[in-house]
Design a protein around this ligand. Structure first.
Ligand code: PHE
Length: 331
C-alpha cells in the first residue's frame, strides 16, 4: 500500500510502464490473483482481502497520476497566448528590384513582354549589329571591359545588345522590355559606377511612328512619376536609332521649380530613345522595307534616385542593412 502511494509518473510513457508493471494482464496484481489458488483455505479470506486492497490502492494511485498528468499537459495558464511572437526580421527587396519591377509592370500593362540576354557578350551583339562604326569611341578600352585573352568577349555596356538577341530569333511584331545589368569602365564615385542597370524597350511592326514612341513614353512617365509629369524630347545621337532623342521629365523633386537635383533647370534626363536605324533591322535579319520600330533605354539607378533621392550610387551595391531597411514600406 505504501508502495502504491509512492509511485510517481512524469510522462505518459512513465505512466504506461507503471500500468504494465502492476495492473496489466501480466502485471503484479494478476500474478497475485493467479497465485491465490495455492493459498491454504484458512488463509484465503485474509490474503484475498489484502490482494483486493493492494489492487484498489494501485488503481486509485494510477488514476490519480493519470489525472495529474493530463492537467499538467493541458495547462496553459502560465502562457500568454495573445502575446505577439518574438519580432522576426523580415528582409526587404532591394530598391533597384522594386523600381525595376515597377517599370516592368507599367510596360507589361502596355503589352510588352520580358526578354533577356547574357552579360558577357561578344562585339557583334553589343556593337557590330547595333550599327557602331569600327572606330566608334564606345569600343575604346576606356569604356568597355574586354576579356584580355579573348578580344571578342566583353561585358555588355548597354542592354541594347538584347535588341539584337531578340531580333535574330524573332520576326515582327516584336514588343519587349529587357531589364539587366551593364558594365562600363568608370572610376567608382557617388555619381558613377563600373556596373549599373538598364531597361531596354523595343517595338517593331508595320507602320510604327515616332508618335507611338512619344505616347508610350509619356504614359510611362506619368505612371511612374505622377499624372502631372511633363516630358520633353531633345534631339540626340545614338548609332542604332535615327532620329534619336533624349527624354527629360519635369523634375519630380522640385516639381519643375528648379533645385540642385535638376541643376535649377526644372528638367531631368531619364532615357535615350529613337526610331530603330534601318541598318540595325537589316543586320539582324528584319526587312527594313516592311518594318519599322522604336527603341528606348533607361538607367534604373537614375529612376530610383529620382523616386527616392539616393545621393550616392555606391549605396546600391554596398548592402548596408540600414540603407535597405529604409525601403521596407516600399516593398
Ligand atoms: N543604349 C543607350 C545607352 O546606353 C540607350 C538607348 C537605348 C538609346 C535604345 C536609344 C535606344 O545610353
Amino acid at each position: 500500500m505504501a508502495e502504491a502511494e509512492s509511485l510517481q509518473a512524469h510522462s505518459a510513457e512513465e505512466l504506461e510502464s507503471l500500468r504494465l508493471k502492476y495492473l496489466s494482464k501480466k502485471g503484479l496484481v494478476s500474478q497475485l490473483m493467479a497465485d491465490f489458488r495455492n493459498v491454504p483455505a484458512e488463509q484465503k479470506r485474509e490474503v484475498g482481502m489484502l490482494i483486493n486492497k493492494a489492487k484498489d490502492a494501485l488503481t486509485e494511485r494510477f488514476n490519480a497520476l493519470k489525472a495529474e498528468l493530463s492537467t499538467t499537459e493541458d495547462d496553459h495558464s502560465g502562457l500568454d497566448l495573445t502575446r505577439t511572437p518574438y519580432p522576426v526580421r523580415l528582409g526587404t527587396r532591394h530598391p533597384l528590384s522594386i523600381v525595376k519591377q515597377e517599370i516592368v509592370d507599367i510596360f507589361s500593362r502596355m503589352g510588352f513582354t520580358l526578354a533577356d540576354g547574357p552579360e558577357v557578350e561578344d562585339d557583334w551583339h553589343v556593337f557590330g549589329s547595333m550599327n557602331f562604326a569600327d572606330d566608334h569611341p564606345a569600343r575604346d578600352m576606356q569604356d568597355t571591359f574586354f576579356i584580355e585573352s579573348h578580344p571578342d568577349v566583353l561585358l555588355r555596356t548597354h542592354t541594347s545588345s538584347v535588341q539584337s538577341r531578340v531580333m535574330e530569333k524573332n520576326q515582327p511584331p516584336i514588343r519587349v522590355i529587357c531589364p539587366g545589368r551593364v558594365y562600363r569602365n568608370e572610376a567608382i564615385s557617388a555619381r558613377a559606377h563600373c556596373f549599373f542597370h538598364q531597361v531596354e524597350g523595343l517595338y517593331i511592326d508595320r507602320d510604327v511612328s515616332f508618335t507611338d514612341l512619344k505616347q508610350v513614353l509619356l504614359t510611362f512617365a506619368r505612371e511612374m512619376f505622377g499624372a502631372d509629369t511633363q516630358i520633353r524630347l531633345r534631339p540626340s545621337y545614338f548609332p542604332f536609332t535615327e532620329p534619336s532623342a533624349e527624354m527629360d521629365i519635369s523634375c519630380n523633386i522640385c516639381g519643375g521649380e528648379g533645385c540642385a537635383f535638376c541643376k535649377h533647370t526644372g528638367w531631368v534626363e531619364i532615357l535615350g530613345c529613337g526610331m530603330v536605324d534601318p541598318n540595325v533591322l537589316e543586320s539582324n535579319g528584319i526587312d527594313p522595307n516592311i518594318y519599322k520600330g522604336y527603341a528606348f533605354g533607361m538607367g534604373i539607378e537614375r529612376i530610383t534616385n529620382l523616386k527616392y533621392q539616393v545621393k550616392d550610387l555606391r549605396l546600391f551595391s554596398e548592402n548596408d542593412v540600414r540603407f535597405l531597411d529604409e525601403f521596407m514600406a516600399a516593398n
